[in-house]
Design a protein around this ligand. Structure first.
Ligand SMILES: C[S@@+](CC[C@H](N)C(=O)[O-])C[C@H]1O[C@@H](n2cnc3c(N)ncnc32)[C@H](O)[C@@H]1O
Length: 459
């Protein structure tokens, strides 16, 4: 650490001894380690401007600190995914520490986890970054490429060989094969991510769902699936728990206002009824999904001992088959004269524009005081570089699995479509807003990827 260059740290609360960081217990060596409150890797560079171009402009790390503030800096800090990288000049190292580092001696490799190794590699090579080793299967389930930063330090770009993606990842030969054979693979994936959140992310949990994975009963090796990688897919995992938590908070709020009907469109492995029995039992809950997955879920609920209580109706409907899900709901006991809270997460992208519009119209026609929360995918041109690669991969995986993404909306268009459908009030909630609401101040740096936003509309 370059003490003299870290003036900002003097103001950090942890350094006064009030921090609650780890490392305070008595370790195996029988002494109490010092209380460390933060850490970073500092790279000494022969040309800090070139280093900034590489890590900031090309790799997209976000600058968080520099000194001096004016002119050519001698120390800069950049962050990516909870990790801090420092760049310091050789001159500063000599002046401050009396050491003479030689940048580029490859005694270390800086590893950056990517969503698409080949795509990132191609972009960086096109930008003139020197290649050390092109993308290759590294033999441990990883795909990896080695580049050199301007000082010659090794930079490895790595991802799980089977690329992950939100809701849809690598091609799934089971997907859509036989609708009577089991759950929808996209619904399983998000349920597994909710479970993984409790295993690999720090506290506090954004959402606690251990029942979805029990329903799915995946094979023993499920944690080794490429799309479950703790680092490579953390942004997707965070986005999935964020949207589920948002929905749960909305339902809680609406129940507080007296709403007692809850409709979950494309429910998949939703476990609200099992996790929140005290609230659910005071409601009429309607889960709508495709007939095959509904049959499977009913059977699993019985097998696990939850059963299907009186307050839960599993309503089998295919939104694309021209059936009226409202008629099916009414048959299952839904009262159209009373308000409802309706949610649809991770579904609209699989439906055609016609099916989405028809669904919105039907919800807009529900009793006054009804609320809809629906997620939608943003078109690629509205995403930043990093999230665009993730979306492209998701699209490829979805297509290969037979459940392609077919609908994308800009926030403005989503609001316009909802207004046109007849909602009295429409609101856009961005993925970033969910990040601010549920992830601010986390010590593990967990933050949702962007690409999926929410429409909240009321009748
Ligand atoms: C990604 S999962 C989301 C599940 C759940 N909403 C969640 O967030 O955990 C998508 C769900 O949409 C359902 N779905 C997709 N197309 C459908 C259609 N045409 N009719 C009914 N449900 C559909 C799938 O069966 C699946 O359960």
């Amino acid at each position: 650490m370059v003490r003299a260059l870290h003036g900002r740290q003097a103001g950090r609360p942890g350094l006064t001894g009030t921090g609650t960081g780890t490392g305070t217990g008595t370790g195996r060596l029988g002494y109490r380690p010092a209380m460390f409150v933060d850490a970073l890797v500092n790279l000494y560079t022969a040309d800090i401007e070139a280093g900034l171009h590489f890590y900031g402009d090309l790799l997209g790390f976000a600058e968080t600190f520099r000194t001096p503030a004016e002119g050519v800096p001698e120390h800069v800090e950049l962050r990516v995914a909870g990790f801090t990288l420092g760049l310091g000049t050789v001159e500063a190292a000599r002046r401050v520490h009396g050491v003479d580092p030689s940048p580029g001696s490859p005694a270390m490799v800086l590893v950056v986890w990517a969503e698409d190794v080949d795509g990132a590699f191609a972009d960086l090579v096109a930008a003139g970054v020197p290649v050390v080793q092109p993308p290759h299967d590294a033999g441990n389930g990883n795909r990896s490429a080695l580049l050199a930063d301007p000082d010659g330090n090794l930079v490895e770009i790595v991802a799980k060989a089977r690329p992950p993606a939100p809701d849809q990842a690598a091609p799934d030969p089971e997907a859509g094969a036989d609708e009577g054979s089991g759950p929808d693979s996209t619904a399983v994936r998000v349920a597994l991510w909710r479970a993984r959140h409790l295993e690999v992310d720090g506290q506090p949990a954004v959402l606690e769902d251990r029942i979805g994975v029990a329903l799915a009963a995946p094979d023993d090796g499920w944690r080794d699936r490429g799309d479950m990688h703790p680092v490579g897919t953390r942004g997707f995992r965070a986005a999935i728990v964020a949207r589920a938590r948002f929905v749960e908070d909305l339902v809680t709020e609406q129940v507080g206002l007296g709403v007692d009907q809850y409709v979950i469109l494309g429910a998949g492995l939703d476990t609200f009824v099992q996790r929140r029995p005290e609230m659910a039992s005071a409601l009429a809950v309607f889960e709508v999904d495709q007939p095959g997955p509904q049959r499977w879920k009913r059977q699993r609920l019985v097998e696990l001992g939850y059963g299907v209580p009186d307050w839960l109706a599993l309503v089998p409907v295919d939104f694309e088959a021209g059936e009226s899900w409202l008629a099916a709901l009414a048959e299952a006991g839904f009262d159209r004269t009373r308000p409802a809270v309706v949610v649809s997460t991770g579904v609209s992208m699989y439906l055609t524009e016609e099916a989405n519009v028809a669904t919105l119209r039907q919800i807009a026609g529900l009793a006054p005081g009804s609320t809809l929360a629906m997620t939608f995918l943003l078109p690629a041109e509205l995403l930043g570089e990093a999230d665009r690669a993730g979306l492209a991969m998701a699209e490829r995986g979805a297509r290969a699995s037979g459940t392609p993404f077919v609908s994308f909306y800009s926030p403005d268009r989503m609001l316009a479509v909802a207004r046109e459908a007849g909602f009295a009030d429409v609101r856009h909630v961005s993925g970033t807003a969910l990040g601010d609401r549920y992830f601010t101040g986390r010590s593990d740096g967990l933050w949702p990827s962007t690409g999926e936003d929410l429409l909240v509309a009321t009748t």
